[in-house]
Design a binder for this molecule. Structure first.
Ligand code: GLA
Length: 548
């Protein structure tokens, strides 16, 4: 069974959450402490604790929203949310955070009447939930509200809930949050928050009970959490949510999004560990979205249309096609007819199309003479072949971006070659595992080096073509290589946050010590902060709920 089709695990003992007594002992204090603090603050014990881990992406950056596969793994740092219902009639939510920086928030879902045009041209009025998420400012409770939205929409459609009376509606909820995934670190604290919040609201409303016939699968939880996170203002792909929900201990995950969400384990070669190191540059996707993340989403989508036209790929008049779809269609992939490209065929198509990207460069004489490839908005509209108003509607009406030039060529070159690197990385891991089964784990060096090389190429491409690195990330990855890593790259959205390095298992302590000594922002950090900033990680398990 694919991970996406599995049920969300609901455990009743901490040993089961961590798969054994020893790891559970290491965590018991934190979980008990959270439950006790919940009781102190709310006057009753919590009913559940929802857990969602952060993730590290080993390779495949900024390609999930073009629907290419990625290769992340869950990390140990996670978000925990203790929750329970309280006796009030209304469906008030009270949310507290163990971190003193975040103060208590109280909110209540309201319904609003929305009118939507119908095919006949008349307006139809429907009721929708409204939770007042502030997209202009980053507020911690926005992620909690975002999680709640999906649960309300999926299980308590506003119109039916209103007409069926209060006892059919969502219950009032108390929540207490604690997070060990540093915000803005590229380890996906935001997805972990949204997944944990979604799970908490599902659990407390009885939607994960064994008796509930309408239970959601891991795949549905991923889809819900993706939609939920968009409500905070970032049009991210599905990698973070998928990794947080579907990870399995001991292996990384190959997550593919097209034609549907799927995840399969990828064994990592013996003798290596992955080390996360935080550049300590805080990168907040939601704050910089219109100049960074969301801009990249628009650039890659418009590029997909321009490329499709040049490759004579069939395209709907107002279709917002993705690069993955264009690559598939260009070699006759037919999803409806059940003809999906194999990994080898996809790799071949990527290699061939990556050589045909000149159509995405500016044709403006001055720009060409100055060696610039970016295009202006005007040029981009013309290249798309769409009328201005249609272009606006398809590409700009739903997302806020700010730019004078759009780098269609560079972004696409990164996406296609990064997608190829993911396929190669996965194959090397599978080959290493087969080799280990037949000849033992004695000589894994060649595989480790190959993986490192792909990671280095990925970093270079993120820095030069996708322009999502920053001087500190460049410096940290360089230091990692000279401290003995086989390879090192930024992980997550970039523009700050963490790097991930592949390091020989028996050299990891020396490696970490060297980086601590040599990366200037680490000087003067206390032990606790340093341990959070740089740590070796092994793939951990995905999100779950503990029923107390
Ligand atoms: C963020 C997004 C992901 C992905 C990465 C970049 O983490 O949430 O969906 O796009 O950036 O690979």
């Amino acid at each position: 069974m694919d991970y996406a089709d599995q049920q969300i695990p609901v455990f009743t003992a901490l040993n089961d959450v961590f798969g054994g007594l020893v790891p559970s002992l290491a965590n018991i204090e934190r979980w008990n402490g959270l439950a006790e603090e919940f009781e102190r603050r709310y006057g009753r014990k919590p009913s559940y604790i929802a857990r969602a881990p952060g993730r590290v992406n080993l390779i495949g950056e900024h390609i999930d929203y073009s629907l290419f596969g990625v290769l992340p793994a869950a990390v140990e740092p996670d978000i925990l949310i203790a929750c329970g219902t309280h006796g009030e009639e209304s469906c008030t939510v009270v949310v507290d955070n163990l971190h003193p920086k975040y103060d208590r928030k109280i909110f209540e879902p309201a319904t609003t009447s929305v009118s939507k045009p119908t095919i006949s041209g008349d307006a139809a009025h429907t009721e929708e939930w409204h939770l007042d998420i502030n997209k202009k400012e980053l507020r911690w409770e926005s992620y909690v509200k975002a999680g709640y939205y999906g649960v309300l929409e999926r299980f308590f459609p506003a119109a039916t809930t209103l007409s069926s009376g209060a006892n059919q509606g969502p219950v009032p909820v108390d929540l207490l949050v604690t997070g060990a995934v540093p915000a803005g670190s590229g380890l996906s604290s935001s997805a972990a928050m949204v997944v944990a919040s979604t799970l908490a609201f599902l659990a407390v409303n009885g939607k994960l009970d064994p008796s509930n016939v309408d239970k959601i699968t891991k795949g549905e939880l991923v889809q819900m959490s993706m939609e939920n996170e968009k409500r905070v203002g970032v049009n991210s792909g599905g990698m973070d949510q998928a990794a947080s929900v579907m990870s399995d201990p001991a292996s990384a995950l190959y997550i593919s999004f097209y034609p549907e969400l799927k995840a399969s384990p990828v064994p990592l070669p013996h003798g290596v560990v992955f080390v996360c190191a935080n550049s300590l540059v805080v990168s907040d996707k939601a704050v910089s979205a219109k100049r960074c993340y969301n801009l990249r989403v628009v650039e890659t989508l418009v590029a997909a249309r321009v490329l499709a036209r040049s490759l004579n790929v069939p395209l709907g008049a107002e279709e917002r096609v993705t690069l993955r779809e264009v690559v598939g269609r260009s070699v006759g992939e037919d999803i409806q007819g059940g003809k999906v490209l194999s990994a080898d065929a996809l790799a071949e198509a990527l290699q061939s199309i990556a050589k045909k990207l000149d159509v995405l460069r500016s044709r403006d004489g001055a720009a060409v003479a100055a060696g610039r490839s970016g295009v202006t908005l005007e040029e981009m509209i013309e290249m798309s072949g769409l009328q201005r108003d249609v272009f606006q509607k398809v590409y700009l009406s739903w997302i806020e971006v700010e730019a004078t030039e759009f780098e269609l060529y560079k972004r696409t070159k990164h996406v296609l070659l990064e997608a190829l690197r993911v396929l190669q990385f996965r194959q090397i891991c599978l080959d290493a595992s087969t080799a280990a089964d037949s000849a033992g784990t004695g000589d894994m060096g060649v595989y480790q080096k190959k993986l490192g090389k792909l990671m280095n190429e990925s970093q270079e491409s993120c820095a030069e073509l996708f322009e999502c690195s920053c001087p500190e990330l460049d410096q940290l990855t360089k230091l990692a290589r000279s401290a003995g890593a086989f390879g090192s790259r930024l992980t997550g959205a970039g523009w700050g946050g963490c790097t991930v390095s592949i390091v020989a298992e028996d050299e990891v302590d020396g490696f970490i010590a060297k980086i601590k000594e040599e990366y200037p922002p680490y000087k003067g950090l206390e032990d606790g902060a340093l341990k959070e900033a740089i740590f070796a990680t092994r793939p951990g398990r995905g999100a779950c709920v503990l029923k107390l």
